[in-house]
Design a protein around this ligand. Structure first.
Ligand SMILES: Cc1cc2nc3c(=O)[nH]c(=O)nc-3n(C[C@H](O)[C@H](O)[C@H](O)COP(=O)(O)O)c2cc1C
Length: 321
């Protein structure tokens, strides 16, 4: 009886927790998002990898990625990255032109190419700039803005300066990846500082970082019951059914999981074959599909896939899965 009640309460907590798919440049483009949504499910919101202003415009590739006809049936929030209000407004104009009413601002990217332009986590040591962008958001009441940020660029305390402005902003939600920019993706996520943010920020918070299992999902849900959601990135690339499994509170049998994976792979391979004419290009792109799956496959098998230098060897390696 007690355990039955526990399971019901647990399922209730889980059921209310949204799962968002983190944007990953080079991995979660529209074709991946479509096949993921179609075959795996479990995701409340997908985000496009960041769109930037470059050489007087937005790259065609980035526009193609957010075209409504390429994202039918998905809840997609396009993400922008910018280092001043001028870029912010240009990018918002472009995104809104395609009919979007939600935009996510990247304040987390650690790549020096972006941070040196005060973009991504490069914005975090500049509270005046953050304030200016938040003000610009208010001039577009028709758009629901959100943001995704780290603790800081160089220092884990930088976020504190932003607390009041974030609390009085119109942001719909704020995703926190509790690392600093200079860590890139290395080292531990700082859960103590995340706890401070959770206690200090009053707008809805989404946790992001290193969630790779149902157990981690359940323990975050229990530890931070007020969370608006949990965002997963590499954990989902490694195990695309993870969100569905977390929401159902039950692991999928391995055979079933592999079936889904092989269908996703077929979709992605068909797409790469249509898009790229040369085998080396097809291989480069399809390898991205497997890159984060090392932990889920037998090491030997994974290596054989990743090392296949031509299509014949690649297909041979896949057949052995
Ligand atoms: C290759 C790669 C590309 C990424 N591209 C983006 C991006 O375009 N926008 C963004 O906000 N974060 C980006 N990120 C960060 C992820 O969205 C996420 O915050 C990070 O991987 C931590 O979450 P995870 O541990 O669940 O993967 C990227 C990360 C990686 C590794």
């Amino acid at each position: 009886m007690i355990s039955f009640c526990f399971i019901r309460i647990f399922a209730h907590i889980i059921y209310n927790m949204q799962i968002h798919f983190a944007p990953l440049q080079g991995y979660t483009d529209f074709e991946y998002r479509n096949t993921h949504a179609h075959l795996c499910g479990g995701i409340d919101t997908y985000y496009s990898p960041f769109i930037r202003w470059e050489k007087g415009g937005v790259r065609d590739k980035d526009i193609r990625d957010i075209l409504p006809e390429n994202n039918e049936g998905l809840h997609l929030i396009p993400q922008i990255i910018c280092g001043n209000t001028d870029e912010f407004n240009r990018l918002c104009d472009v995104v809104q032109e395609y009919g979007y009413g939600e935009i996510d601002l990247n304040m987390g990217c650690p790549a020096p190419m972006q941070t040196k332009l005060m973009r991504g986590s490069g914005i975090l040591p500049h509270p005046m700039l953050v304030q200016a962008l938040l003000r610009e958001m208010e001039r577009r009441p028709e758009v629901r803005f959100s943001a995704k940020m780290r603790l800081g660029l160089e220092d884990r305390e930088e976020w504190r300066e932003l607390t009041d402005m974030l609390n009085s902003s119109s942001l719909q939600h704020l995703t926190i990846h509790p690392r600093i920019g200079k860590q890139m993706y290395k080292g531990e996520v700082d859960m103590d500082t995340f706890h401070d943010i959770y206690d200090s920020i009053t707008i809805p918070i989404i946790y992001n970082g290193d969630v790779t299992s149902m157990e981690q999902f359940a323990s975050l849900t229990e530890r931070f019951p007020k969370l608006h959601g949990i965002m997963m990135g590499r954990g989902l690339l490694a195990r695309p059914t993870l969100a569905r499994e977390c929401l159902q509170g039950m692991e999928m049998p391995t055979g079933e999981r592999m079936n889904v994976l092989m269908q996703m792979h077929q979709d992605m391979l068909d797409y790469c074959t249509r898009k790229y004419k040369v085998d080396s290009q097809i291989l480069m792109h399809i390898h991205a599909f497997w890159e984060y799956q090392e932990s889920q496959l037998e090491r030997k098998t994974w290596k054989r896939i990743m090392k296949a230098g031509n299509m014949k060897n690649y297909l041979e390696a896949i057949r052995k899965l």
